[in-house]
Every structure is written in structure tokens, then in C-alpha cells.
Design a protein around this ligand. Structure first.
Ligand code: SF4
Length: 396
């Protein structure tokens, strides 16, 4: 996505008539900045929390006032940042507003992202009262010296304490891990996974480490202060992980996501199925079925924009037919049930379809994908080079 501030551009307006089934609320405040973090995360800005909360509520209210679609919500995701630092009285106020404006039932997935070391018994009472029914814990690793090296101010004991705490709110607990962190050997990774399968959780998200330009990790790698595992080592560990989790009843349903049956993330599915969702807060993204939007990423600009009733969109793009097709293929192939051949070849000419089938045969021989019941599924090996495959099958 373009990261330039496009303030002089006329952005299209979010389509308020489209049924928007998911809301994302961004809480950007963090007690520390992790060295690998590419997100809009603010450290040392806690004094802005009440003002930011008021701005968030105002942004929400403007949406509520103009919205003309169905008001049943499938999911609400409070992401960050570190949403477990959201002051509890303010969080309850936010939920009051949401509950007045939308139809939120027990089937609505309401998720909060939580970091170890930031939760007290009062949080648990508040989250239950708010109706939060899924907790996503940013574990990343439990090796204390690695956590410290990356400036994450929690340790293994905090992770275990938190796992014990959150199960009083919900049994629907997910953990995030990062594969490829420097300092975590293949043996450490396997030990971590052996622990994870004994935890009271239903879902695991595993992200491959990405070195984002400008982060402390980026400079450490450039100065050769840390070295990264080779692609082959990561590929082997990823394949091992997929099999290991499956033998413990936790199945991959998307390239980075694994769940016990019935616990796949509803919120992520909205993204992957390209349904409309609306994001609130700095850097939050939205999609109305035609266009993508992103809010201001600078706190003061966001606060000023809300206060002055000006547009807070700093990026938008309206997808062409080809862009939308590319996105559909990319998101479809990431999922374990793959993509229907009819969708893969939608709007393609006969000649393109013939060339496409030839290509699929070739990729099948290379063990990168399989075709089953007219659906195209990537293998573990294929998922690791998904971007290349997407480019090949959409550039016929
Ligand atoms: S806790 Fe998450 S959002 Fe905050 S700095 Fe670390 S990785 Fe970034």
C-alpha cells in the first residue's frame, strides 16, 4: 500500500449503503516499542488516551449517523497497539456506543488484542461486561532473552499468568507467534510449539518474521549485528509446524492461521472473503467492496481532522477489475480450502484459461499445488512462495 500522505487527493467517500459486517477499532498506545514493529504504535503518549478515545467515539458516531446498511455485526476487533492499555471506564463507554448503534449478539465475535504483563483482574471483569468473547495474546516467543533483545517488556511468567487469567473471560483464546526471530533456534521453536499445544487455547497465528525498513531490527540486520535464518530452515520449520499442530488437533485454515475445529477467526474471514469492513482510529483501514481507505497515521492530524470535521482519510484506492481479481486470487489461495477454478479463471478468455490449466499442471508437478474437486489448493511448499504463484497465475 502507498504510504505517502495523499492529503491533496480527492478521496472517494465510503459507501454507507453497503452492509458493513465488521468493525475494527485501532488503539495505538503501547508501553514499549518492539524492535520489529511496523505498526502505528505510540509509546510515551499515554496522556493522549482520553482525547484519542473521544475522537474515536466521534468518528464512530459520524459513521453511525450516516450508515444505511444492515446493523447486525459479525465481528468487532479492538486491535493495536496494545488495547489492553485502554482505560477500562473509557472502553466501557465505547461499547455502550457500539451496543446502542448496532445489533450485537452472542454470535458476534468480539476480540481484543492483549499483551502479557498488562492485565489485572479489573480488566477481566470489564472485558466480560463489555461482551468480549475472544482474546488474542501477543506471545511471539517465550524465550526471555529474545523478548528482551526485541524490547518486549514481558517474560515467560507473564505469558503463563495471562493464560490463566483470560480463560475466566472466554475459552476462545488465540496466541500470536513469530517464526524466524533471531535467537530462537529450530530446537527452541519446536520446544515452544510443544508447550503451546498444552495451553488452554483454541487458535494460533504464526507469522513469518518480516524485516520492515526503518525498524531497529532492520538496522541490526544491515549492520550484521543479528543474522536471520535461511529460507530453507524457515520452510522446514513451517512444514514441521503444520504437521505438528495437526497431530494435536489444531489445523491450518489459512497460511498463518491454525485453529481447533469451530474456532477459525470470523473477523479475518471477513477480510479474506472481501466483505465490507470499517476501521476507526489512526492508520485504520476500511473496505466498502469497491475501494480501500486508510486513516491518517499521525496522531495530531487525526485528532485535528476529527475536531474540525475534515476528512481523515490519507490514502484510498478504487480497485480495477484486474486488481480485484488479483486480490481474490491472493486471498483465496492463502486459505486451506483454496480457490474455486471458476473464480480463478473468472473473466479470462479461452486462450488464457488453456494457458492457465497448463501452468497449474506444471505447478502441480512441482508439488506447489493440488487440484481437488475443482478447487486449487496450495501445498505447504506452495504457500511459502504464494506471491510468486499468484503473479504467475494472474499474468496469463
Ligand atoms: S506491542 Fe505490538 S504494536 Fe506495540 S510495539 Fe510491539 S509489535 Fe508494535
Amino acid at each position: 500500500m502507498d504510504t505517502k500522505d495523499t492529503k491533496n487527493k480527492q478521496h472517494p467517500a465510503y459507501d454507507f449503503t453497503i452492509d458493513t459486517k465488521s468493525l475494527y477499532i485501532h488503539w495505538p498506545f503501547c508501553p514499549y516499542k518492539c524492535h520489529f514493529c511496523p505498526f502505528v504504535a505510540l509509546v510515551g503518549h499515554d496522556q493522549y488516551m482520553p482525547t484519542y478515545h473521544q475522537a474515536l467515539c466521534q468518528e464512530l458516531q459520524t459513521f453511525i449517523d450516516g450508515y444505511q446498511g444492515d446493523r447486525h455485526l459479525e465481528s468487532i476487533f479492538i486491535g493495536g497497539g496494545t488495547p489492553s492499555t485502554y482505560p477500562l471506564d473509557l472502553l466501557l463507554e465505547l461499547f455502550e456506543l457500539l451496543k446502542k448503534a448496532f445489533i450485537i449478539g452472542p454470535e458476534t465475535e468480539i476480540v481484543i488484542e492483549v499483551n502479557p504483563g498488562t492485565v489485572t483482574p479489573a480488566h477481566l471483569i470489564c472485558w466480560k461486561q463489555a461482551g468480549i468473547n475472544r482474546v488474542s495474546i501477543g506471545v511471539q516467543t517465550i524465550k526471555s532473552e529474545v523478548l528482551k533483545n526485541f524490547n518486549r517488556l514481558h517474560d515467560q511468567a507473564d505469558v503463563y499468568r495471562l493464560l490463566g487469567q483470560v480463560t475466566s473471560v472466554t475459552e476462545n483464546v488465540s496466541v500470536d507467534l513469530i517464526l524466524g526471530l533471531p535467537g530462537v533456534s529450530p530446537c527452541d521453536w519446536k520446544n515452544l510449539l510443544s508447550e503451546v499445544v498444552t495451553w488452554p487455547i483454541k487458535h494460533v497465528s504464526i507469522y513469518l518474521l518480516t524485516v520492515h525498513e526503518g525498524t531497529p531490527l532492520f538496522f541490526d540486520v544491515r549492520r550484521k549485528r543479528v543474522s536471520l535464518a535461511s529460507d530453507d530452515v524457515i520452510a522446514d520449520l513451517y512444514s514441521w509446524t503444520v504437521e505438528f499442530l495437526a497431530t494435536h488437533g489444531i489445523y491450518r485454515y489459512e497460511v498463518s492461521n491454525f485453529a481447533k475445529p469451530g474456532y477459525a477467526s470470523l473477523h479475518n474471514k471477513i477480510y479474506w472473503q472481501r466483505k465490507a469492513y470499517r476501521g476507526f482510529g489512526i492508520g485504520a483501514c476500511s473496505f466498502d467492496g469497491h475501494s480501500r481507505y486508510r486513516n491518517q497515521i499521525i496522531l495530531q492530524k487525526y485528532l485535528d481532522g476529527i475536531q474540525n470535521g475534515q476528512s481523515i482519510t490519507n490514502f484510498s484506492e478504487t480497485l480495477s477489475v484486474d486488481d480485484a481479481h488479483l486480490e481474490k486470487v491472493m486471498l483465496g489461495l492463502r486459505q486451506a480450502d483454496g480457490l474455486a477454478m471458476t473464480e480463478l479463471f473468472a473473466d479470462r478468455s479461452i486462450a488464457q484459461q488453456v494457458a492457465g490449466l497448463e501452468l497449474l499442471k506444471l505447478l502441480e508437478q512441482e508439488k506447489l499445488l493440488t487440484i481437488k474437486h475443482d478447487r486449487c489448493l496450495l501445498t505447504s511448499k506452495g504457500l511459502l512462495v504464494e506471491n510468486e504463484i499468484v503473479v504467475r497465475v494472474t499474468n496469463l
